[in-house]
Ligand binder design. Sequence first.
Ligand code: ADP
Ligand code: MG
Length: 256
Amino acid sequence: MAKIFCVANQKGGVGKTTSAVNLAAGLAKVGQRVLLVDLDPQGNATMGSGVDKRQLELSVYDVLLESASIQEAAIFSEKCGYHVVGANRELAGAEVELVDLERRDQRLKLALEVTDNDFDFVLIDCPPSLSMLTLNGLCAAHGVIVPMQCEYFALEGLTDLVNTIKQVHANLNPDLKIIGLLRVMFDPRITLQQQVSEQLKSHFGDKVFDTVIPRNVRLAEAPSYGLPGVVFDPSAKGSQAFIEFARELVERIPTL
Ligand code: ADP
Ligand code: MG
């Protein structure tokens, strides 16, 4: 059975897409069969996996509107070693088109049920909002991976996300839980970051992943080459951290 995880945080620019593509590439490197679903109309995870969002014949939009299956829409990225269901601006319209449809929040879940045996992991890159798209992600998933920067306002934003996850858990998807908080763009020289990191650990205990992703320019450069950092420069510190994170996640699966 595939483990389905959303990479979510309603804040923009916190490292969701970077985490999604690099975790996908890291999991592929350690031998896992991975599907990455891009749920953000910006299509950054699509482009960052070497798939041109402007040339998609079928995308996650078609999957949500049931005009294509996951198998039909998935593209294997040779360079990255994982499958991608891409997204582009067309997806922004899905929000409105879904409103009148039945079980509009369960569309992705139903689509993924058919591919359950094809993958070990399905990662869903969510947009920076708690929209119908994100709701489809949360309804489809077993858990949420929350990338966060160790800054003061990060904790505040977390409360909203935790409440949303609780509500979805209570009303729509009893499987849903927080898998873990991933500290990203970490700079150990900054005292505030160390303090917030400690606060996180005391509040959330073992829900905080052991692996810490450092701020690393190679991770930021990689998308302009259409690659995750893990593929673009596997020896970079940030890439090594994501490979380590992939291992940590695989090890945690039996305990979830
Ligand atoms: P989101 O998907 O949450 O909007 P992104 O993953 O697109 O966030 O990241 C926002 C910006 O931060 C991007 O320019 C990305 O390249 C950069 N970035 C993300 N993680 C790191 C990191 N660990 N080190 C350096 N830059 C990073
Ligand atoms: Mg993003």
